[in-house]
Design a protein. Structure first.
Length: 326
């Protein structure tokens, strides 16, 4: 039988369960060593090495061949994979084509001004003058031809028709001799013709004027004034344009001095005195007037200005420049 120490050693080996062969041999070797020591002390006790070794080996072999307990593994439920939202791939925008810089426009090379000769300058100046003259004549309007309105012009007109093609200078002496030789009855007859012609002329003229607006007549009179100015400056081949008489045109407002001048001429104090001399005398009288003496004329001029502004608006449908400057 095993000693108490040997049995304890075997129990330790068995209780530990399956061990590796090296560990088992180590345990047996320890128990054998203990028995050897005991046998040395007690020579009468037979050795137990072989039995212990055989038993230990068998036990160890059984233990070694014992099937390992299968480990129960708990299978975890498979977690469903959450479907991820598909990541949208960033769409690459087409690369912008580099904008080609427009070539800077070449500045036009200024051609050197052509030097004109004096003759060329004169032709250009005459051309401009003729264009201006043509525009003024168109704006001036052409009044209707009037009938002869005096006994003399009636006779002259008759002789011009009788001598068609003859120069006017040739018919003038004939008209003069006929006019001088007229009897009183014949002259009266020519005067009646002239009077009737004048009435016809006035009716025709008025009808012609009223066929235009007051503003057109105003522009025509401005053009006629410019043409008269050209004549005074020496322009040739321009007939004399008289102002167009239009009762619809507003009469200009009078100044205080103009009103004083009219009053003095109407007084009759300057009968028989030449106009320039009378004008100088009246001008001195105006300068000698006191402020209170002038005030009545200032008031009359202010009233006349209001009359002009009203007539201007009625005629042209707009305010006068004088009104706008107030």
């Amino acid at each position: 039988m095993l000693s108490s120490i040997g049995r304890a050693s075997v129990r330790r080996v068995v209780a530990r369960g399956p061990q590796s062969t090296n560990r088992t041999l180590q345990g047996l070797w320890q128990s054998q060593r203990v028995d050897t020591l005991r046998n040395d002390n007690n020579a009468s006790t037979p050795p137990r090495f072989s039995f212990s070794l055989q038993r230990a080996y068998v036990t160890d072999a059984k233990v070694a061949t014992k099937p390992k307990a299968s480990k129960t593994t708990t299978t975890k439920p498979k977690t469903k994979k959450v479907a991820k939202n598909p990541v949208k791939k960033a769409v690459k925008k087409p690369a912008k084509k580099p904008v080609k810089k427009k070539a800077a426009a070449k500045k036009p090379v200024k051609k050197p001004k052509k030097v004109l000769s004096e003759a060329q300058k004169l032709r250009i100046e005459n051309s401009k003058r003729l264009e201006k003259l043509k525009a003024l004549k168109e704006a001036a309007l052409e009044a209707p031809k009037s009938k002869p309105s005096t006994a003399w012009t009636v006779i002259l007109s008759e002789l011009a028709k009788e001598n068609a093609g003859a120069a006017a200078i040739a018919t003038t002496p004939l008209a003069a001799s006929k006019y001088k030789s007229l009897s009183a009855a014949e002259l009266e007859s020519y005067n009646q013709i002239a009077t009737q012609n004048e009435a016809d002329n006035n009716a025709t003229y008025k009808k012609w004027v009223e066929s235009y607006t007051p503003d057109q007549i105003r522009i025509a009179n401005n053009a006629r004034r410019a043409l008269r100015l050209l004549v005074t400056k020496g322009a040739k081949n321009i007939k004399h344009y008289r102002p167009i008489k239009d009762e619809r045109q507003p009469k200009r407002a009078s100044t205080p001095m103009a009103l004083f001048l009219k009053d003095r001429f109407d007084s009759g104090d300057f009968k028989g005195i030449k106009l320039p001399d009378a004008g100088r005398l009246i001008s001195k009288e105006w300068e000698a007037l006191s402020a209170s003496g002038r005030q009545s004329y200032v008031d009359r001029a202010a009233g006349d200005k209001q009359r002009y502004l009203k007539e201007y608006k009625d005629a042209f449908g707009r305010e006068s420049d004088a009104k706008l400057k107030e």
